[in-house]
Design a protein around this ligand. Structure first.
Ligand SMILES: [Zn+2]
Length: 41
């Protein structure tokens, strides 16, 4: 479990394509530029 939580972002979004963790503010993956979708449960 991650103990630290940067105050400026929400939950990181995991790229569905490459698995890279992106800041919640990102709309596209920083690594492969795949469109990130909001987490829904
Ligand atoms: Zn990616």
């Amino acid at each position: 479990m991650m103990c630290f939580r940067p105050p400026y972002v929400g939950k990181p979004i995991k790229c569905p394509n490459c698995g890279k963790m992106n800041p919640a503010t990102n709309k596209n993956c920083v690594q492969c530029n795949t469109e990130l979708k909001p987490e829904n449960k």
